[in-house]
Ligand binder design. Structure first.
Ligand code: SF4
Length: 334
C-alpha cells in the first residue's frame, strides 16, 4: 500500500477545514452593554471570599449569595457552604447574609446565638429597608411593589411588623388595592423590577391615592435600569436574543423587555452548554446580554461557542458607562 506523505494528508485536512470555515453561516452578535455583574453582586462575592480568607473554611452563606449557579459553585469550591436558614449554621462558624437582604429577625437570631455574621445585603436594598422603616415610623402604611416570595421582598417586608406592608405585583393589584388610610400611605419598590411596568403601577397608585409618599424615582437600582436600557437599544435589531443568567428577577425582566421592545425570540440561557442551537437557525443577528448575577466569562463562553458554529462578527452596543463601587464591611477590610 502506498501511503501519502504526512504533509500532504495534513494539507488536505487543512484544506477541508478551510472549506468548512468558509461555509460557516454569518452571525452578527450585538453585545448589550452594560451587562452582567453589578456593584452589589461584586461586593457580595468579595464578602464571601474575604470571609473565607479571614475565618478559614467553611464559611456559611444563608441563601444563594446571588442567583447564579456558576457563582455559587465557584464559592462552594473555595469553602462556602450554602444553607436555607440559620438552623443549618453551627455555632462556631461565621455566616454571610445574601445580597437580597434579610428580615430583621435573621440578624436578631444570629446575635442571640452569638454567631459571627456578615451582612452582604446590597446597599441599594438596605436603602429601601431604611425608607420603609422611615415611613412606618411616620405612621404610613407601606405599599411594596414587588413579587411575592422573592428573597428581596421577604427581606424588605421583614423590616416592619407583620401587616405593615401591603404587597402589589401588577397594575391589576394596584387598581384593586384597599388601604386602611389613603392619607397615610407610602410606596417602595423591589430593586429589580421592569422600569416600564413599575412606572405604570406607580402612576395608578398616585392617581388613586394622591397623598401617597414615595421616592422621586422608583427604587429600581441603576444596574437594573441600565441593563434594561441596553436591551431596549438592541432588541429591535436582533433576530434572537439571549440573556445569560439563572432564573433571577432582573434577568427574567430582561427577557420581557427584549420581547416587548422588538425581539419576540428571546430567552434565558444559563451558559453556552445549555444553548439550543436549533433555536438559532435562521437568525442572522443575535443579541447577547447577561443578568446582574452572571459573570462575564459566561458571555465569553457563549461568544466562543458561536464562533465554533458561525462566522461571527461582534458589535458592542454601549448605552452608558458604569462606575459604581460599594464599600466592603469594615471587618473584612485588611
Ligand atoms: S441588582 Fe441592583 S439592587 Fe441588586 S445587587 Fe445589583 S446593584 Fe444591588
Amino acid at each position: 500500500m502506498v501511503r501519502e506523505p504526512a504533509s500532504e494528508r495534513a494539507g488536505i485536512r487543512a484544506e477541508r477545514f478551510l472549506m468548512i470555515e468558509t461555509h460557516k453561516t454569518p452571525l452578527t452578535i450585538l453585545l448589550a452593554s452594560p451587562r452582567g455583574f453589578c456593584a452589589g453582586v461584586d461586593r457580595a462575592i468579595q464578602i464571601v471570599e474575604r470571609a473565607i480568607a479571614r475565618y478559614g473554611r467553611p464559611v456559611y452563606v444563608r441563601h444563594e449569595i446571588v442567583h447564579n449557579r456558576c457563582v455559587v459553585e465557584g464559592l462552594e469550591a473555595k469553602g462556602a457552604i450554602f444553607v436555607g436558614e440559620l438552623d443549618g449554621v453551627p455555632d462556631d462558624r461565621p455566616v454571610v447574609f445574601s445580597a437580597h437582604g434579610v428580615p430583621k429577625a435573621v440578624p436578631a437570631e444570629a446575635a442571640r446565638r452569638n454567631l459571627i455574621f456578615i451582612d452582604a445585603t446590597c446597599p441599594l436594598v438596605s436603602k429601601v429597608h431604611r425608607e420603609a422603616e422611615r415611613h412606618h415610623e411616620c405612621g404610613r402604611t407601606v405599599v411594596l411593589i414587588g413579587h411575592a416570595g422573592h428573597p428581596e421582598v421577604i427581606g424588605t417586608m421583614g423590616q416592619l411588623p407583620a401587616g405593615a406592608v401591603l404587597l402589589v405585583k401588577d397594575v391589576a393589584e394596584a387598581e384593586a388595592l384597599d388601604v386602611p388610610d389613603p392619607h397615610n400611605l407610602a410606596y417602595a419598590t423591589q430593586t429589580t423590577l421592569s422600569v416600564d411596568d413599575t412606572i405604570e403601577i406607580v402612576a395608578i397608585l398616585r392617581r388613586r391615592f394622591p397623598a401617597i409618599e414615595g421616592p422621586k424615582l422608583e427604587d429600581i437600582c441603576y444596574a437594573t435600569s441600565n441593563r434594561q436600557a441596553a436591551v431596549k437599544a438592541i432588541a429591535r435589531h436582533c433576530d434572537a436574543l439571549v440573556v445569560i443568567a439563572s432564573d433571577s428577577s432582573n434577568s427574567v425582566r430582561l427577557v420581557e423587555v427584549a420581547v416587548h421592545y422588538g425581539c419576540p425570540k428571546s430567552r434565558l440561557v444559563q451558559r453556552a452548554a445549555d444553548m439550543d442551537w436549533n433555536w438559532l437557525v435562521g437568525a442572522g443577528r443575535l443579541g447577547i446580554t447577561a443578568g446582574a448575577s452572571a459573570p462575564e466569562l459566561l458571555v465569553d463562553e457563549l461568544v466562543a461557542a458561536c464562533r465554533e458554529r458561525f462566522d461571527v462578527a461582534v458589535e458592542e452596543v454601549r448605552t452608558t458607562e458604569e462606575s459604581v463601587v460599594f464599600k466592603l464591611p469594615r471587618t473584612l477590610v485588611a
